[in-house]
Design a protein around this ligand. Structure first.
Ligand code: ADP
Ligand code: MG
Length: 733
């Protein structure tokens, strides 16, 4: 294998890689014994708290009742003792700012005792409330710069946990983060508010169906996380991967994913070792990781947990991303969570499986074997159809960011058109309702036999899968597939919960009106309403191929929006109807929505600015020198040939010279735009306008530089090529 010195040493390092830690032994401590050992769980609380205090805490956790602050001191003391027994020296309020990342502020338990010694202290107040300086987190104008204060507040419903480090452990407390005016500066606060809102409306529906004493309805979520693992030696040799999380250059390798030899293939040893270690750490933290497999692109994988209450699932997802990155480094690998680290092969998503359920009613989107008879299910399902149709642009907006622009609407991920896949059975039921106002049958799946006697016959699913739909019913839940691999789940969950809240409110109001409290009238009222909903909102249902050109045309005919990029999609979050909805259900105030729009545009601008500067810098200081060195080598060869009186074919030298000229031209254009438009560090004064410039000018200018560089990669001698190639990064492990 040829290559520049840095590439060769990276390859050598991969080849000589040895694991840095002793092998794990799951027979010594089984996964079951490990699970939740670092979690201040209900079980730990039951063992350590006085009965009355434990009961009070669980009332908040299970029934959503307000937290009684009087119990905080007792809980804090128990938490502290438990944490110190586990080696903790510090506690941290963990919060989720609008960057989508996880933030934490650590404080020591120790306080001077007045006699030259120290005591470990942790008061109820310190548990309940923290006060990190908020000035460096995006606030979108909510927090005036002179008022830097931000508060974190203990989220009792998401369990505290211990984070281990070889040199000590930290007690981590999930918190909500808001300004001194009480406005949400984070992703968790609106999520908690939306959980409350959806419960209120779902309870009205359950009541109509005659249920009494029902438990709190919660949104549930099970995310499937896709990611890449590549050797860190390559990663460190790629400034674009380090700083932008994706490759800004790189010609497609001769072999990509066309053989489908990666998907569900045998997991390479080192990767599997890393997965096992990651899972072990996540087990300790009580994250119920379940599934692992190879994904479609080379070096791409997926992990999914068992679903949980959406708030806990969102926190666990943030933890999962952090643990994945940390553990990968231990195995000499970098975990890439960007939506599109490599052009030309599949990008990564985070499928957000979502449903509603409660401990007394179970899963509210469970159709049973005969969905046409299951009125209650049909009502909830129709609620989703109505919500998604009415608020397709909001759903598109909450997955709009710079990374996802490389994925959505391209030919692999779901298209930017939001539609619902219902599957054959359900689509048929709703079709019957549409035609005759009621449904009298459900297509039955039957039994499948494979023609091999030793294989058992097994029940066929009532519908096939559809990978091309952005929003698919998958048997007992909906799967929102447009979420980006690197983004926080909270935005999409807040949107799903809130649009569902609005739909359920509408449905409950209609049904209450028509039945006037008479249960005998319910059946007729539901049939009429379902028919109305499917007539008004059925256009969003589509069971065909979402990638096809016909669908794009058909969707346009149906009036479904197709917002291709962030700049087209993001403005929808401040549509008057959306602002009013968030306000009505007390999920976000108009000011909070407005600030989010600012911040998300600003994030987009900052991302593109960094990418543009990196493109310029790498092209100029890494690629150009390599190209001109090779040019001078060829020119020297030409001169030598001439001196020796032999022919020299100048075509390659001419081609290279032409490309170097194009490279310089494209860099100049990009440099000019950067000079005009990128003013890092001073804040972005009109984020939406700046975003337009980024999308319409900066991005094409970057792509122009990339096009030349990728062409140069096929021309410049391999031993001069400075960056690890796609082939090396994706296939050498
Ligand atoms: P797939 O149908 O995509 O193969 P799986 O059955 O493996 O899916 O589930 C994918 C994810 O969906 C898992 O995280 C799973 O826990 C989650 N899931 C299953 N049921 C629900 C539910 N009721 N609510 C939310 N997520 C769910
Ligand atoms: Mg799935």
């Amino acid at each position: 294998m040829s290559g520049s010195a840095s590439r060769l040493s990276a390859i050598q390092a991969v080849n000589n890689y040895k694991p840095i830690s002793a092998p794990l032994n799951f027979s010594e401590t089984t996964a079951g014994e490990l699970f939740g050992t670092n979690v201040f769980s209900a079980k730990v609380m039951k063992d350590r708290l006085p009965k009355s205090v434990f009961k009070a805490v669980m009332k908040t956790v299970d029934a959503g009742e307000p937290l009684d602050p009087a119990i905080a001191d007792t809980v804090a003391a128990a938490m502290k003792d438990w944490a110190i027994e586990k080696g903790a020296t510090h506690y941290a309020h963990v919060f989720y700012p609008l960057t989508g990342l996880t933030a934490e502020k650590h404080d020591s338990f120790l306080a001077p005792d007045g006699n030259g010694g120290a005591v470990a202290e942790f008061s109820g107040t310190a548990l309940i409330q923290g006060e990190p300086d908020a000035s460096s987190f995006p606030s979108g104008g909510i927090r005036a710069t002179f008022e830097a204060r931000g508060y974190t507040a203990w989220d009792v419903t998401s369990p505290a946990y211990i984070l281990e480090n070889p040199n000590g452990t930290t007690l981590c407390i999930p918190t909500a983060f808001f300004s001194w005016t009480g406005e949400a500066l984070d992703k968790k606060t609106p999520l908690l508010r939306s959980m409350k809102a959806v419960n209120t409306q779902a309870q009205r529906i359950l009541k109509l169906f005659g249920h009494k004493n029902t438990a709190m309805v919660t949104a549930t979520c099970g995310p499937e996380q896709e990611y890449f693992l590549i050797d860190r030696n390559f990663f460190f040799a790629r400034p674009d991967l380090i700083n932008a999380g994706r490759t800004l250059f790189g010609a497609p390798p001769p072999k990509g994913q066309e053989f489908c030899d990666q998907y569900f293939g045998a997991i390479p040893d080192r990767v599997l070792a890393c997965m096992l270690d990651t899972e072990r750490e996540l087990f300790k933290l009580g994250v119920p990781v379940k599934t692992r497999h190879n994904e479609v692109a080379p070096s791409q994988y997926e992990v999914a947990p068992i679903y949980e209450n959406a708030n806990v699932a969102a926190d666990h997802q943030q933890l999962t991303m952090m643990v994945m990155k940390r553990v990968a480094a231990k195995y000499g690998m970098e975990c890439l969570l960007h939506e599109k680290p490599f052009a030309g092969v599949n990008g990564s998503g985070k499928h957000c499986n979502w449903s509603l359920g409660s401990s007394t009613q179970g899963n509210l989107l469970e159709p049973g074997k005969t969905p046409h008879e299951n009125m209650q299910f049909l009502v909830f399902c129709a609620g989703v159809i109505r919500a998604v149709h009415k608020h397709a642009t909001l759903l598109r907006a909450v997955v709009a960011h710079a990374g996802n622009d490389h994925r959505l609407g391209a030919n692999e991920a779901p298209p930017a058109i939001i539609s619902i896949f219902l599957g054959e059975q359900l689509a048929d039921v709703f079709e019957q309702i549409k035609k005759s106002g009621s449904a009298s049958s459900s297509k039955q799946p039957g039994v499948m036999t494979v023609g091999v006697d030793t294989l058992p016959p097994f029940p066929k699913d009532a519908g096939d899968r559809n990978r091309t739909s952005p929003f698919a019913f998958t048997g007992n839940k909906f799967e929102f597939r447009a979420v980006g691999s690197g983004q926080s789940l909270s935005g999409p969950l807040v949107a799903l919960n809130t649009i569902m809240t609005e739909s359920l409110d509408y449905i409950a109001t209609e049904l209450e009106k028509v039945t006037g409290g008479d249960p005998a009238k319910l059946n007729g009222a539901v049939q009429t309403l379902l028919k109305t909903i499917i007539n008004e909102h059925g256009a969003v249902v589509f069971n065909g191929d979402g990638y096809s050109e016909e669908w794009h045309q058909e969707a346009a005919k149906r009036g479904l929006p197709n917002n291709k990029q962030t700049i087209d999609a993001l403005p929808a979050i401040t549509d008057p109807a959306v602002v009013a909805m968030f306000d009505k259900y007390k999920v976000l105030t108009p000011r909070e929505v407005e600030s989010r729009r600012e911040i998300y545009f600003e994030q987009y601008v900052l991302t593109l600015n960094v990418e543009a500067k990196l493109t310029q810098e790498i092209a100029k200081t890494v690629i150009y020198p390599a190209a001109t060195r090779y040019q001078s080598e060829l020119a020297a060869t030409a001169a030598n040939c001439k001196a020796a009186g032999v022919d020299f074919d100048p075509s390659l030298l001419n081609k290279l010279t032409g490309l170097i000229k194009s490279l310089n031209d494209s860099i100049s254009k990009l440099e000019h735009l950067i000079h005009e438009h990128c003013h890092g560090g001073h804040g972005v004064s009109n984020p939406q306008k700046a975003a337009e410039v980024c999308a319409k000018q900066l991005k094409p200018a970057m792509e122009a530089v990339r096009a030349v560089v990728d062409e140069l990669e096929g021309v410049v001698a391999d031993d001069h090529w400075p960056l690890p190639t796609y082939q090396e990064m994706l296939f050498i492990k």
